[in-house]
Write a protein that binds this ligand. Structure first.
Ligand code: NAD
Length: 356
């Protein structure tokens, strides 16, 4: 058995179809009496229902969450939480909404109760992100890890099929990179493999029937496991590339993850054979990278960066950024790797199958 360090993250998870019924109990358990309900403008109706259910325990609804947490949005939300004397940030939505809750918690120390409605996994991590003048800053802080997470698959039935598949691939990316992380450990490996398995089996069922509540449950369970991996171990080349594609080129988050993942995995295949075996086994495929490519393609997800609006001329810039400040990666990201990185991005841009 290898040596490792494992840090348990102190969050409480309430899981199951209909588990929103435990909302009042969970708010009470946090000792909160004035929860500020955060959401995107599109999810305001759901947030209003939640606020109504909480009655006097809700301080109000703040429906202004947007992607990548612009610093102005964060400041306005922090001011609103102070004005309303809120004692809890209740984030109902995807990673953008959880991210806004984290910005409030980072500044004020308010506890977060998260009710995730996508598979992005932010609710399981102590990682915050904020964007200022087009640059995304991220950091880790124990205060931003949600204290309670209610996972209710019923709230994900409305997630459009396209986003269901790409958000699921986004979750799988956390687990896949966690399997070759420098600081990986056997517990996270178990969660990662099981998370990939749960999502890979659920996505085709959800494409066929988005209201399949058992498959919604499997997908959300997978998202929980994959998000836990993201919160516990370091990420590598794939996340670096997606961070650049999102932060610098403003490509959509889940879709960019979906396109890049098979290629990043192929790039690392020879350097991380054990991780490849586990990914392939979880996908039920002979090859990890090809299995991921097929999972996306067969379920109607984009497989080309050009479909997401990226210009071919940007390939060089993204490759340069990835080499300049690399994350640790099983295949070293050294200047000599630049041609192979460009090739990876070229294939991802064109929508070619991954090769290794
Ligand atoms: P999102 O939160 O931006 O949501 C995308 C869209 O889907 C929004 O319009 C939202 O209102 C809508 N939506 C969400 N759930 C829905 C549902 N059930 N039904 C109908 N519509 C629904 O997208 P995301 O992919 O969840 O989050 C992406 C953001 O999260 C990025 O900014 C990313 O950087 C961040 N993120 C952070 C972490 C972290 O650990 N800090 C982890 C993962 C993602």
């Amino acid at each position: 058995m290898r040596s490792f360090v494992f840090n348990g993250q102190p969050s409480r998870v309430v899981f199951g179809a209909g588990s929103l019924q435990h909302l009042e109990r969970e708010v009470q358990q946090l000792g909160a009496s004035r929860a500020l309900v955060l959401c995107t403008p599109e999810q305001q109706p759901l947030a209003e229902v939640i606020a109504q259910r909480l009655g006097a325990r809700a301080a109000g609804v703040y429906p202004k969450a947007v992607m990548h947490v612009p610093v102005e949005t964060a400041q306005a939300a922090i001011a609103e939480a102070q004005r309303l004397n809120a004692d809890c940030a209740l984030a109902v939505g995807g990673g953008s909404t959880t991210g806004l809750g984290k910005a409030i918690a980072l500044q004020s120390g308010l506890p977060i109760l998260a009710i995730p409605t996508t598979y992005a996994g932010s609710e399981m991590t102590p990682i915050w992100g904020m964007t200022e003048n087009g640059l995304k800053k991220t950091g880790r802080d124990a205060r931003v890890l949600p204290r309670t997470v209610i996972y209710d698959p019923e709230l994900t039935v409305s997630l459009p099929t396209g986003l269901t598949v790409t958000s699921g691939m986004n979750a799988i990316a956390h687990a896949a990179e966690g399997l070759y992380a420098q600081d990986s450990n056997p517990v996270m490996d178990l969660m990662a493999e099981e998370g990939i398995r749960a999502l890979a089996s659920a996505l085709p069922k959800l494409r066929a029937n988005p209201a399949d509540i058992d498959a919604r449950g499997d997908a959300l369970y997978g998202a929980w496991l994959c998000g836990s991996v993201l919160g516990n171990v370091g990420m590598a080349l794939h996340h670096k590339l997606c961070h650049t594609l999102g932060g610098t080129l403003n490509l959509p988050h889940a879709e960019a993850h979906t396109v890049v993942l098979p290629h990043a995995i192929a790039f690392n295949a020879a350097a991380a054979p054990d991780a490849m075996k586990k990914i392939a086994r979880a996908l039920g495929s002979a090859d990890a990278a090809l299995g991921l490519h097929r999972l996306a393609k067969d379920n109607g997800a984009p497989v080309a960066l050009r479909e997401l609006g990226m210009q071919e001329a940007d390939i060089d810039r993204v490759a340069q950024i990835a080499v300049q400040n690399p994350y640790w990666n099983p295949r070293p990201i050294v200047p000599e790797a630049l041609p192979a990185l460009r090739d990876l991005l070229q294939r991802a841009w064109e929508g070619a199958a991954p090769i290794h």
